[in-house]
Design a protein around this ligand. Sequence first.
Ligand code: ADP
Length: 359
Amino acid sequence: ALTVEANEQNKRRRQILNEFLDLKGNIRVFCRVKPLSPVDKDSKNLRAPVASDTRNVIIKLTEGKRKTYNFDKVFQPDSSQDDVFLEIEPVIKSVIDGYNACIFAYGQTGTGKTFTMEGLPESPGVVPRAIKGLFKQVEQSNHTFVIKFSMLEIYMGNLRDLLVSQATKPISPIPPSLLIHTDAKGEIDIENLVTLKVSDFDQVFKLYKLGCRNRATASTNSNSASSRSHCMIRVSITCTGAPERRRETNKIWLVDLGGSERVLKTKATGRRFDEGKAINLSLSALGDVINSLQRKNAHIPYRNSKLTQVLKDSLGKDSKTLMLVHVSRKEDDLCETICSLNFATRAKNIHLGQDQTKE
Ligand code: ADP
């Protein structure tokens, strides 16, 4: 039975890879619906508003009125981390094949972005699996690769290096010491960002855990939850001695975005309000960039936020972009769910061409 299952999985893997290659430069948008927790099941949230199949999310707006949102893939509440990663693997392969890539998790706080990206020790998420996948692909390749790892967060519009301990530093104001440049080849370079050469998965995993700890420490000091910043991991891969490759260095960004809930609705005050506002602004800048790409505008407003400046060379041209939008089944969350689904819908059907990334 195991062999049959493995064969089926390999067949599905090949199918997914072919589907993915057919899409060329498109942004793919997946939606993951979070299961109701036991508490939610017992509460008045019983009338769960989201129903879905493998491509559609259906919202019951009122009795008899429904709206259907269509995505490249919808993960059901009972989908496993394995199911999710199986669909994401082609993006990892594309980095080895010479593309830049960006995978980001979007959604309201509490909808499972960190669960998808980081996962739990017993059910690892996209980040550890992607890194493992990259090393596996590199081992199987005939070329020699150098792999480098960086990790940062964007908090209140500033970049903070997560591989540098923040514990002893004052949290506010954060010096914007990491400068973003565009090099002669149009690649984004972040000056002073710690970038470490890594040789195996365990080494990267230790750095990743250190980054997560630094993020948590900084959050406690500034009395903010980690959902009030964007957490960004960059893995770059350099292949030397292969002139046929599109580029010598490619990179993948793995991004756990800050919670998308609208700050005015949360009744937050003080620092919480400012943090929420900063997240809202940068997510709206991300939406504007995506929308401008969709409209094939000559001007793409990458400069409007640090988030879009950093991701500039991974959101356009021939980069592979995957958005994982997360939604809740709770009736109380319905407004935010609709906002997230609308945002994700704007990102769909974008055909990114060579001429669309002028600034
Ligand atoms: P976010 O990062 O969007 O704020 P989290 O990833 O922290 O949300 O998820 C909130 C809680 O729900 C966590 O305890 C997490 O383990 C749990 N959770 C999220 N998604 C799932 C899922 N698909 N299956 C099981 N538990 C989940």
